[in-house]
Structures are given as structure tokens and as C-alpha cells.
Design a protein around this ligand. Structure first.
Ligand SMILES: Cc1cc2nc3c(=O)[nH]c(=O)nc-3n(C[C@H](O)[C@H](O)[C@H](O)COP(=O)(O)OP(=O)(O)OC[C@H]3O[C@@H](n4cnc5c(N)ncnc54)[C@H](O)[C@@H]3O)c2cc1C
Length: 314
């Protein structure tokens, strides 16, 4: 239990009003459900007439922040609505332990940072001027405050590898060693978004997919030639976001893809992005005309743990 101060960085329930005004419960992601009640088991203990010893439970996991009534005699309410189990809490929700309005009930404010959202899909049904409307079985119709909402496409991986029975990571990317060779079959290599070398995939990007494609081809050529394939080597330079054809943002990064404190913006970045797009097509054409000419930035240390985690290929 902790006192609230300002905007919390983790989901927090704060008692508002009554003898326990200001008492708060801050959640830890992935931790066991916390008990709200009047008994000794409660992590947030509120000794009021309407509150059972174990009245409600609240948990923060990948589904979001969820509150469940624990079979209490007087009920748990969110924004005036009596709830059962696994009700998703949004920032600003009002929780009552016991009937709303009674002095023997506790009123709590849910403070849920904007960074905490349920991972359940589909997530957003519509966007309003200052909020998005959620659409999921846990939080249908709930509003999530949003000062700026950017609609964008997501990246995914085809089911091919997973359906084939080969080893994949949870997203369905083929698990390979550092030569991009499947951990199950040395005749199979993977590249780009669909590969998970040593279970530590590079960021899904054209920036990585091009070089990974070339390196996968080199692995095949090495196997045909009976030589030892080279481990992958890939340096990143940054992350671009285009805003139309005239504006863009470029977050510069270290070679291992971690960001540095330098960002370019505006028309200059749009020109850089345009040049990158042209160069990508140009380099593929040149490789076709002159095999072996493809250039990519090498280095970009792979995570140190790779050495110990690397999976041996037969
Ligand atoms: C909107 C958007 C913007 C992006 N902007 C950038 C950017 O600015 N910079 C950047 O670096 N990256 C960007 N990316 C990411 C980049 O496009 C991808 O990471 C990259 O294209 C991955 O290349 P890939 O060859 O691994 O896969 P893909 O380019 O997805 O190619 C896979 C191909 O395999 C085909 N395929 C799938 N299943 C089968 C099957 N069973 N049989 C036969 N063919 C199959 C698919 O149709 C597809 O053509 C963006 C992606 C999107 C969606």
C-alpha cells in the first residue's frame, strides 16, 4: 500500500473521501491479484460496514487492469454499475466497494497511466477529439483519454512457419540460429520479418529485411559450397516515420537499434526517406545485374546473451 502523489507511473487505486481518504494501492505488472477488503488479508484494508473481509480483487496483467468482485455481500461497482469478474479499469473510473452513496462504502478513483492498455484485440473502435473508444469484451465502449491519436498499420507474420510444425517464436517467426538456419532443419533458412535468429529477432523493418535476405542467400550458397555460413551482422542507423510526402521524423540510433538523443524532422527528413526508398529499389536492381554487389551496414552488436543462448543446428 502506498500514498498517491501526482500522476502515478503504475495503475493505482486511491480512496477519495471518508475516513480512509488518500489511502492508495499501487499495482505491479504481473504480480498476484491484490485484495481490497476489511480483513487482514487485504493489501488495501478499509474497515467499513459495507466492506467484506475479502471484498474485491484487482490485478494488472497483459489484459490490462482488471477488478473482480470477490463474492461480496454488498457488491462492487464501477461508475455506478455492479460488476462481476474481470472488469477492465480505465483512468478516471470510480470504484465503489459497497453500494454507491453509502457512508459505509468506500469510493476509489482508478488512476491508470496512458501507457497501460489492455493487449486484447481489437482494441480501438473509434477515435474522438480527445479520447479513443475501446471495443473488447473486457472494456466495450470504455473511453481511453488520448490527446493525440495516430492510426497506423501493424506488422504481422504469415502462419506458414507455425503451420509447418517448425519451431517458431510466439509471433510465428521461424526460430533460427545466427546463420538464419532453422533450428529444426538445416535445409531451411529464414529472413526478414519472418525470422527470429536465436529467438532474438531484429526489428521488423525494411532496414533489416533487405540485409537479412542477402545474408540468408549467402548462407544457402555457403551450404552448397560446403563452407561455413557466416553469422548475421546487421547495423541499424535509425527509425524513420514519413508524414505524407513532405514531412518525416528520423530518430537516430546506435548500431544495435537503441535510440540516441538525436532526431531530425521536417522536409530534410522527407528527402532522406525518399532517397532511402529510391536506393532500396536501386540496390535490388543492381544486385540482380551484378550479383554480390549488395551493400549493407555491418556490426550492430547482437545481445551479449546470444552467445550463451544460441541454438545449435545439426
Ligand atoms: C505501412 C508500413 C510502413 C512501413 N515503413 C517502413 C519504413 O519506413 N522503414 C522500414 O525499414 N520498414 C518499414 N516497414 C516494414 C517493412 O515494410 C517490413 O518490415 C519489410 O517489408 C519486411 O520484409 P520481408 O521480406 O520480411 O516481408 P514482406 O515484405 O512482408 O514480404 C513477404 C512476402 O511473402 C509473401 N507471402 C506470405 N506468405 C506466403 C506464402 N505462404 N506463400 C508465398 N508467399 C507468401 C507476402 O505476400 C509478401 O509478399 C513498413 C511496413 C508497413 C506495413
Amino acid at each position: 500500500m502506498s500514498q498517491s502523489s501526482g500522476s502515478p507511473t503504475a495503475p493505482t487505486l486511491v480512496v477519495t473521501g471518508g475516513p480512509f481518504d488518500g489511502q492508495a494501492l499501487t499495482l505491479a505488472e504481473g504480480a498476484a491479484a491484490q485484495v481490497l477488503g476489511s480483513g487482514p488479508e487485504a493489501q488495501l484494508r478499509l474497515e467499513l460496514g459495507n466492506i467484506d473481509a475479502v471484498h474485491a480483487r484487482v490485478v494488472w496483467d497483459k489484459r490490462g487492469v482488471l477488478i473482480s468482485d470477490a463474492g461480496s455481500s454488498t457488491g462492487t461497482y464501477v461508475n455506478g454499475e455492479k460488476i462481476g469478474s474481470d472488469r477492465a479499469l480505465q483512468n478516471g473510473d470510480r470504484v465503489f466497494l459497497g453500494p454507491p452513496g453509502s457512508k459505509q462504502s468506500a469510493k476509489l478513483l482508478a488512476m491508470v497511466p496512458a501507457t497501460v492498455v489492455a493487449s486484447e484485440e481489437p482494441l480501438v473502435l473509434a477515435s474522438e477529439a480527445d479520447a479513443v473508444v475501446l471495443d473488447s469484451s473486457l472494456s466495450a465502449g470504455a473511453m481511453l483519454p488520448s490527446a493525440l491519436t495516430v492510426w497506423t498499420a501493424g506488422f504481422g507474420v504469415p502462419e506458414l512457419a507455425a503451420r509447418s510444425g517448425l519451431s517458431t517464436d510466439p509471433l510465428g517467426r521461424l526460430l533460427t540460429d545466427e546463420t538464419l538456419t532453422s533450428v529444426d532443419d538445416p535445409r531451411i533458412v529464414a529472413a526478414g520479418d519472418a525470422s527470429a535468429p536465436s529467438g532474438q529477432p531484429l526489428r521488423m523493418s525494411c532496414q533489416a529485411a533487405g540485409p537479412l535476405g542477402v545474408q540468408a542467400a549467402n548462407t544457402v550458397l555457403s551450404r552448397i559450397a560446403g563452407t561455413k555460413p557466416a553469422p548475421l551482422s546487421q547495423a541499424f542507423v535509425g527509425q524513420c516515420i514519413s508524414l505524407g510526402r513532405s514531412y518525416g521524423t528520423l530518430q537516430l540510433s546506435r548500431t544495435d537499434d537503441t535510440p540516441v538523443n538525436a532526431v531530425l524532422g521536417g522536409r530534410v527528413t522527407a528527402s532522406i526517406k525518399e532517397a532511402i526508398c529510391k536506393a532500396t529499389v536501386w540496390s535490388i536492381r543492381r544486385e540482380a545485374a551484378k550479383p554480390g554487389s549488395y551493400f549493407w551496414l555491418k556490426g550492430g552488436k547482437r545481445p551479449e546473451e546470444l552467445a550463451s543462448d544460441a541454438v545449435a543446428v545439426p
